[in-house]
Design a protein around this ligand. Structure first.
Ligand code: CTP
Ligand code: MG
Length: 189
């Protein structure tokens, strides 16, 4: 770190830890967009005249998202020993529970949000600001908190959680605008 101040080192490690720990929860969305299609999870069922979840939540997209997120966590665990010295601090190691709950929680949060969107009259693809950007964060963090509380507490300190909540909407909107521009996504959100 050379002449970097302690405060700058702290901010650097908080930022890197936030992105590293959330990558297995970020990637499922993008994998679902790429792999989505086929049978919707709700099988077309409706409740009170509206779809339960809608055609935007499919089995294939969900499975691909979970697999991609879990695979990424395993890869990050393998890269950790060589990357920790590069960043100058110990990067988080994902325990088996977190390998599963970060992507599963992300997909569940997104599914719950679609359920809420349908109940509030929003059609598939309608924008729901902040919910669209943070549903998967809430799902991933909550499920991981319950499944691996000690690990959660050691990695997701208050500053890390604040960075995740502030930075995620920015990253999410950014990647979705790119996906839209590339023709991979129907809407830029
Ligand atoms: N997708 C999927 N399965 C999921 C999540 C996403 O197949 N569990 C795919 C779908 O093709 C979906 C696309 O990824 O259309 C974009 O995801 P998202 O923005 O979450 O869905 P929307 O189509 O916008 O639907 P909703 O209004 O329910 O969010
Ligand atoms: Mg959407």
């Amino acid at each position: 770190m050379g002449r970097m101040s302690f405060a700058a080192v702290d901010l650097f490690s908080v930022l890197v830890t936030a992105v590293w720990a959330m990558l297995p929860a970020y990637v499922p969305n993008n994998a679902a967009v790429l792999a989505g299609g086929g049978r919707p999870i709700d099988g077309g069922r409706t409740w009170r005249g509206r779809r339960l979840l809608g055609d935007g939540k499919t089995w294939r997209g969900t499975a691909a998202g979970v697999l991609a997120g879990a695979a990424l966590a395993v890869v990050l665990n393998l890269l950790r020993p060589s990357l920790s010295p590069v960043v100058g601090f110990g990067l988080p190691l994902f325990p088996p529970a977190a390998v599963v709950t970060l992507p599963v929680g992300a997909m569940l949060g997104d599914i719950v949000a679609s359920f809420v969107k349908r109940r509030t009259g929003r059609e598939r693809g309608a924008a729901f600001p902040l919910v669209d950007q943070l549903d998967f964060v809430a799902g991933a963090l909550l499920l991981t908190l319950f499944a691996a509380p000690a690990w959660f507490g050691s990695v997701f300190t208050l500053p890390v959680v604040v960075v995740v909540v502030v930075l995620t909407p920015v990253l999410h909107v950014g990647t979705n605008v790119v996906g839209y521009a590339l023709g991979l996504k129907a809407e830029p959100w």
